[in-house]
Design a protein around this ligand. Structure first.
Ligand SMILES: [Mg+2]
Length: 164
């Protein structure tokens, strides 16, 4: 398997953010969590985090996890989530570029080996996470209503996942 291909394969899969075994992550030495927003926390069209998301973040903080958000979407979009959840976030991340991931690590005061990225897209969240040495968790996208570039990438993702 070539190197790029390896970087597309998540370390862990989960049906949703609520199905992740966070205790298991703790045992692996992971203390910091970086979440994607669109189709990971809520469907892309939903403007604000729901009660379930807010409660999950509260739970994670109570368990001692450090949490932040990283999104390729706009600052306005990200602010809706940081405001209601009380965690910090990075907008216009241009994942899979590395710079925003490094910024997130700095925000969390964490090292790559103690940090996981949780997202729904292989070519942004998983690839970007692997490029900086994070533990990567792929969740099933919450909405299949997508347009343009994302749609094309989804087709490619399906091909990659078939081979795994
Ligand atoms: Mg996403």
């Amino acid at each position: 398997m070539n190197l790029l291909y390896k970087k597309l394969i998540p370390d862990m899969y989960a049906n949703s953010i609520y199905d992740i075994d966070f205790e298991n992550l703790k045992k692996r030495g992971i203390t910091s969590l970086i979440f994607d927003i669109d189709n990971t926390l809520v469907p892309q069209k939903v403007l604000n985090p729901d009660r379930k998301v807010i409660n999950l973040f509260k739970f994670l903080k109570s368990k001692g996890f450090k949490v932040c958000l990283i999104s390729n979407n706009t600052t306005k979009r990200v602010n809706n989530f940081t405001k209601d959840t009380g965690v910090k976030g990075i907008s216009w991340a241009i994942k899979p570029r590395k710079s925003a991931f490094y910024k997130a690590l700095e925000m969390l005061d964490s090292t790559p080996d103690e940090t996981a990225i949780i997202g729904d897209q292989i070519f942004t969240d998983i690839l970007g996470g692997h490029r900086v040495g994070l533990f990567t968790i792929l969740v099933r996208p919450l909405s299949s209503e997508e347009f343009g570039w994302t749609k094309i990438m989804r087709k490619l993702e399906k091909k990659v996942l078939k081979k795994v």
